[in-house]
Design a protein around this ligand. Structure first.
Ligand SMILES: Nc1nc(O)c(N)c(N[C@@H]2O[C@H](COP(=O)(O)O)[C@@H](O)[C@H]2O)n1
Length: 155
């Protein structure tokens, strides 16, 4: 069986980066993983005020809209660092919120797929041939949390 998720208000919606589960990193609170991810596109660029605008965006959709504004240039190494940045944020989310951590661990070894009809990088895309990096990341975070909990139990 495969778990497909996409919209926040549908089954397993807590796996979406748009779900309302805030994270704290380096002393700053981010309302969603999406806010964190989109803002990090602009670290080190000339006008960093966009980072605060994204962090303060009222919704993750607004944060994504700002982060995807084609008139702005993202940091030059974005394609190299984006997977690592997303993983930090997704791991923090599931270490912070124990209710959704239980949902993630409850999926045991099932395959998880972001069923995005448009995103062939983070999701599987319309025809389900996409790379599904977010689903893969959730499975890797699940494995890491499982390992951490086992270590804690045996110590
Ligand atoms: N809910 C939702 N709506 C969209 O339009 C999406 N593309 C996604 N997928 C998420 O979008 C983020 C990637 O954004 P960039 O294309 O790199 O700007 C990432 O969080 C995907 O999981 N979700």
């Amino acid at each position: 069986m495969t778990i497909y998720f996409y919209k926040v208000d549908e089954p397993y919606g807590c796996f979406s980066n748009f779900s309302p589960h805030g994270i704290r990193r380096k002393g700053l609170h981010w309302p969603t993983v999406e806010h964190y991810y989109q803002a990090h596109k602009f670290i080190g660029v000339e006008d960093e005020s966009i980072i605060t605008q994204i962090r303060n965006a009222p919704t993750p959709d607004e944060a994504a809209k700002l982060g995807r504004d084609p008139s702005r240039t993202v940091r030059s190494n974005w394609d190299w660092v984006k997977l690592g940045i997303m993983r930090e944020a997704v791991l923090t989310k599931f270490l912070t919120h124990l209710d959704i951590q239980a949902i993630l661990l409850g999926t045991e070894d099932l395959t998880i797929v972001e069923d995005s009809p448009t995103d062939y990088f983070w999701g599987c895309g319309e025809d389900r041939t996409g790379q599904n990096h977010l689903g893969q990341m959730l499975m890797s975070v699940r494995e890491e949390i499982r390992g951490r909990l086992q270590e804690k139990e045996s110590s």
